[in-house]
Design a protein around this ligand. Structure first.
Ligand code: FES
Length: 106
């Protein structure tokens, strides 16, 4: 059974495969920030610290939303502020296998 850990939290969440990160953590009693749950608002954005290969590939919609998030961050925090970071939407990224460590991106 895969596990998900969140930077800043000591708890290790055991989750089912094929669930989104959001659903998996919600089922464990840990609700991530969210709004649309449809991949368009970006509220559920997280940085994948480890285990990015254990997640489903992003859809075109998720890629577009992440691109908008990065552009917004660059505008506010400076160019390339999220360079070399793997950003995913927790409501879209499914856990396929293996463990994942995330950081909530505010
Ligand atoms: S909650 Fe809106 S993109 Fe995930």
């Amino acid at each position: 059974m895969p596990t998900v850990s969140i930077e800043g939290f000591s708890e290790l969440f055991q989750v089912d495969e094929e669930e989104t990160l959001f659903d998996a953590l919600d089922n464990c009693g840990h609700e991530l920030p969210h709004s649309c749950l449809a991949g368009t608002c970006g509220t559920c954005k997280v940085i994948i610290l480890t285990g990015q290969d254990n997640l489903s590939p992003p859809s075109e919609l998720e890629k577009m939303t992440i691109q908008a998030i990065k552009q917004n961050y660059n505008r506010i925090h400076g160019k390339n502020s999220l360079a070399n970071q793997t950003i995913r939407l927790a409501c879209q990224a499914k856990i396929l296998q293996g463990d994942v460590k995330i950081k909530i991106l505010n």
